[in-house]
Design a protein around this ligand. Structure first.
Ligand code: HEC
Length: 146
């Protein structure tokens, strides 16, 4: 019995390697990209791209282990969930109230150390923000509100 279960799991594991979620990669910078609707200084943009864009934009830079299932599903879930809450590539589609609210949440999540997600930071060491980097993004988010 145990052997049969082990074999079934193995077969399933092999089978799911052939199923992959659609990748979050867009070729162009959309008209609604935050850089087209707000002033984003280069140093701030760089931090957002390094620490946030994998889950909060239309462009994820995928690591090699995304080729392994079920890792790809797990990542895809984070990306879709992250984008649903905040998408810097679609920021221009938010009305002013919503946009301000999102910027407010950016400040809050940074102050509370809720973002980037812990599981992400332990792998992407460069996404762990210093106090100075956090302050830079927080000050920018305040100034970017309308
Ligand atoms: C690994 C993926 C990932 C990364 C990287 C990431 N986030 Fe998130 N973020 C999420 C997910 C998933 C959610 C949805 C809420 C949750 O599950 O906690 C979210 C939610 C948010 C929200 C909305 C919170 C709310 O209450 O709705 C904000 C604001 C946010 N993230 C900001 C950031 C910022 C700023 C960065 C970079 C410094 C960042 N995130 C990096 C995955 C990520």
């Amino acid at each position: 019995m145990k052997k049969k279960i082990g074999l079934t799991v193995l077969v399933l594991l092999v089978a799911i390697q052939f199923i992959h979620p659609k990748k979050n990669i867009s070729q162009e910078i959309s008209a609604s990209d935050i850089t087209n609707v707000r002033t984003v200084p280069n140093d701030v943009l760089q931090i957002l791209q390094t620490a946030c864009y994998d889950c909060h934009s239309n462009n994820t830079v995928y690591p090699w282990y995304n080729t392994i299932q079920p890792v790809a599903w797990w990542m895809n879930k984070h990306i879709n969930n992250g984008k649903r809450h905040l998408n810097f590539s679609e920021f221009g589609n938010y009305d002013t109230k919503k946009a301000n609210h999102k910027l407010d949440e950016v400040i809050e999540t940074l102050e509370k150390d809720e973002m980037p997600l812990f599981s992400y930071v332990i792998i992407h060491r460069d996404a762990k923000l210093s106090d100075a980097q956090k302050k830079l993004v927080i000050d920018w988010a305040k100034s970017a509100m309308k």
